[in-house]
Design a binder for this molecule. Structure first.
Ligand code: TNX
Length: 530
């Protein structure tokens, strides 16, 4: 008989005394809620003899098998093996084009997770992991035999784009923090990570042809801290870590506004001194007067405050477009996903015609390098190229404008999805210019009827951004996203006629047991019976 360590014995005892194993298969531990969960007679016992069978070839299949074996091994307290010949926990890649849909079926003899695509298999694994004991969250051995009630889950997402944005420009977060963020997203079946890589306060991605962007522009952040940036190697590491979890990175370079960090790095990108008033235009709210000759542009000063809307590129300079071309080219070379985000928000000191001219040219550059542009909803005031996306955050007219041009909308209403918004008036972190967003507010809305005239067909999906003017470390990130990132995951995945706040609230309380074990700094909303 295998030697049982005292630790494992205690763990076994605890598992009997506070067993959380389910009697029948149900959805009470699964977020986002699956389409269909059916229970059946019987159960499957996962133990050291369980073998993962990998059926069907594909780039990520072996990794996925190991990932699952690792997680299960952690709660069993013993390793389990993977095989391509035989086994009773089957990862089955099937023929077809439903790459995100999956089926999970549990009988006395076997468990089968099947999908036409690797993403679907990965999502099936996430649902399966949520059926296992909570100790899975910390890889703590709990029982040498785990009973899973028989039944089946049939599932597929409502929207193809389920994203979250992390602002690494206002405060910089290192690679490990980003990986932590990715892990949270992966568990909730998100598939796009939007990285806000530049803003007035910082430039966070190495561009080899313009090295001062990070040398100078990356040297500080809101509040005057030391800032930071990702080398190209680090960025590739983030992209690869995300890709392994079936998450596609969407890089954003915000322009022509929100560009002070670039303007501080290179004098020649500045509009220059406006002779009309003698003021450095990029630091004023005075509209530029392009008819007047520019004199001696000076670099902007680094900026560590949180006001927005004071900076702009010189939209009439050829050099500006050479710069945009270089930046887009270098980032595209490292970005396998289909999208490049050009920002375009709050360019309050760019003349309207200049703004349109700039957005049109930026889109062409992105298209030249083979990517589809996404821009904040203001870009719909320019001429969107076919297929480009407007990310709705506040102005409904802009969403409608995009729709009229035949372009799709990505839904990020600030009043529902902005995780930097405070929960209520007592929240210490965050802002509240758009709204206070309690967990039920983040849950109770429907992307398909939020904006008049924009329906499900007009939408590619939903994204929940975390802006970080007030967020300085990982604990802060956790406080703002737990639990709201769970709510938006379900808004994006589960059809709205299946969603129900009371039911979600119960599942959220169940999920919090894992956060407690992991030491996650979550917001204990009074709306939830934790
Ligand atoms: C608005 S929403 C912004 C960001 C800020 C955020 C703070 C959008 C496209 N722009 O620059 O960080 O509000 O909540």
């Amino acid at each position: 008989m295998r030697y049982l360590s005292p630790f494992l014995l205690i763990a076994l005892f605890l598992s009997f005394s506070c067993s959380q194993e389910q009697e029948t298969l149900n959805d009470q531990n699964i977020i986002p809620l699956p389409r269909e969960v059916k229970s059946a007679k019987g159960s499957f016992i996962v133990d050291a003899s369980t073998t993962i069978l990998i059926e069907g070839r594909g780039e990520g299949m072996d990794w996925m098998g190991e990932y699952l074996a690792d997680k299960i091994g952690g709660v069993l307290g013993s390793e389990i093996s993977t095989s391509t010949e035989g086994g009773n926990l089957i990862l089955r890649k099937t023929q077809g084009d439903q790459l995100e849909a999956y089926n999970l079926s549990i009988s006395n003899e076997e468990i089968v997770i099947s999908s036409d695509g690797e993403p679907g298999l990965f999502f099936g694994i996430q649902s399966f992991l949520q059926l296992l004991p909570d100790e899975i969250a910390v890889q703590r051995p709990v029982s040498s035999a785990i009973t899973i009630p028989a039944g089946s889950i049939n599932d597929q997402p409502e929207y193809g784009y389920r994203g979250s944005m992390l602002d690494v420009a206002r405060h910089f977060f290192d690679v490990e923090d980003v990986k932590h963020y990715i892990d949270v997203m992966a568990g909730l079946k998100y598939n796009y990570l939007h990285l806000h890589l530049s803003d007035d306060q910082g430039w966070r991605i190495e561009i080899k042809s313009w090295p001062k962007l990070t040398e100078i522009g990356g040297s500080t952040e809101v509040g005057g801290g030391e800032g930071g940036f990702y080398t190209q190697e680090e960025y590739k590491e983030i992209v690869a870590y995300a890709a392994q979890r079936y998450i596609t990175v969407v890089p954003e370079i915000d322009m022509p506004g929100h560009t002070n960090a670039a303007l501080a790095s290179y004098a020649e990108l500045n509009p220059g001194v406006n002779p009309a008033n003698g003021i450095l235009d990029s630091l004023t709210i005075v509209p530029l007067d392009y008819d007047k000759p520019k004199v001696n542009p000076e670099p902007a000063e680094l900026y560590t405050g949180i006001e927005v809307g004071f900076s702009t590129f010189a939209t009439d300079l050829d050099l500006t477009y050479q710069f945009v071309d270089d930046v887009v080219r270098e980032i595209v070379e490292m970005t396998p996903g289909p999208y490049f985000h050009i920002g375009g928000d709050e360019s309050h000191v760019t003349d309207k015609d200049d703004y349109i001219k700039f957005v049109n040219r930026a889109q062409e550059i992105v298209q030249k390098y083979g990517k589809v542009s996404i821009g904040w909803d203001e870009v719909a005031t320019a001429s969107l190229l076919p297929g480009n996306i407007a990310q709705f955050w506040g102005d409904e007219d802009n969403a409608v404008l995009a729709n009229k041009q035949g372009n799709k909308v990505l839904m990020s209403p600030a009043k529902k999805t902005y995780m930097d918004m405070q929960y209520d008036s007592t929240t210490q972190l965050g802002l509240h210019w758009a709204a206070y967003i309690e967990i039920d507010d983040a849950y109770n809305w429907d992307p398909a009827n939020y904006v008049d005239g924009i329906t499900a067909e007009d939408i590619i999906g939903v994204e929940t951004p975390l802006w970080t003017e007030t967020i300085t470390n990982r604990a802060d990130i956790q406080y703002m996203i737990f639990p709201r990132i769970y709510a938006t995951a379900e808004v994006a995945w589960t059809p709205s006629n299946q969603r129900n706040w009371e039911n979600f609230e119960g599942r959220l309380a169940n999920a919090s047991k894992r956060w407690e074990m992991q030491g996650i700094n979550y917001y204990k909303s009074p709306k939830v019976n934790w």
